[in-house]
Write a protein that binds this ligand. Structure first.
Ligand code: B1M
Length: 212
């Protein structure tokens, strides 16, 4: 790994936003590909934070400051993750499901969708089925993108799909889901239209769902 990527990785582990922001700028200047910075420096660091938490070496405060450094870094990287001159493929309502406060992966998906010219309505975290439905209706969105990071909040994806059906708008909107514990088989089980493993695959999936 290059020195810059190592510094970014360590900076996120230490929650050192300043170092992360500065080093991302330097890495870009030195010609390191934004996708490599993202995957090898930043996402890898968050996976390590998760491992340290599982092993009892990190606690919630350490996870929080690491998350803050990650978010600051993403802000710097955002302009480099966009595609130029593309026509909008459609409108997406995105959010993390009810009970779940994890938003880094969701923000990354939103950022990449925006980069691919989707119009993104981001409802944030802890989003109830009612708020999703209200936003789909008021924005006439063609796609709902739900994220969940906790096994305990995954079932709220199913609850939301059921609420969408009950509201009579299931035929107007495609449903895409994702997040660390989510699998294709879970998506099939709850009747989602698509699943994506990561943010770049989410863009490909969203485009393919809206072209059907
Ligand atoms: Co939490 N947390 N956390 N946490 N946290 C996990 C998820 C955990 C796996 C850690 C662990 O034990 N190893 C564990 C869940 C265990 C489980 O459910 N089986 C856990 C726990 C237990 C908790 C608490 C319960 C801890 C506590 O309070 N005791 C608590 C719950 C709070 C709540 O939500 N109600 C909690 C809190 C927190 C913080 C607030 C401190 C912080 C979040 C801050 C924030 O998001 N602003 C936090 C963090 C940082 C993590 C870890 C370390 C990192 C998550 C992350 O940002 N990853 C995480 C461990 C891990 O994931 N290994 C952990 C980086 C991000 C880029 O990846 O979000 O997976 P990810 O997104 C990926 C893909 O999943 C995909 O694309 C992204 C990559 O390109 N993706 C989609 C995501 N959404 C998608 C949507 C799509 C498509 C793809 O389409 C719609």
């Amino acid at each position: 790994m290059s020195t810059e990527l190592e510094k970014i990785f360590e900076g996120i582990l230490d929650g050192n936003s300043k170092l992360v922001v500065e080093t991302i700028g330097l890495a870009i200047e030195n010609g390191i590909a934004p996708a490599q910075i993202l995957n090898e420096g930043m996402i890898a660091a968050m996976a390590e934070v998760g491992r340290l938490f599982e092993e009892g070496e990190y606690f919630v405060p350490e996870m929080l400051i690491a998350a803050r450094a990650m978010q600051k870094g993403l802000e710097v990287l955002k302009p480099y993750l966009t595609e130029d001159d593309v026509q909008s493929p459609g409108k997406v309502v995105i959010g993390t499901v009810k009970g779940d406060l994890h938003d880094i992966g969701k923000n990354l998906v939103a950022m990449m969708l925006e980069g691919a010219a989707f119009e993104v309505i981001d409802l944030g975290t802890d989003v109830s089925p009612e708020r999703f439905i209200e936003a789909i209706k008021s924005n006439n969105a063609q796609l709902i993108a739900m994220s969940a990071l906790l096994t305990t909040t995954m079932p709220n994806m199913k609850t939301t799909i059921e609420a969408i059906k009950a509201a009579g708008i299931r035929d107007n909107v495609k449903v895409m889901i994702g997040g660390a514990p989510i699998t294709q088989s879970y998506a099939d089980q709850i009747g989602a239209d698509g699943f994506a493993e990561d943010a770049s695959r989410a863009v490909v999936k969203a485009k393919s769902l809206l072209s059907k």
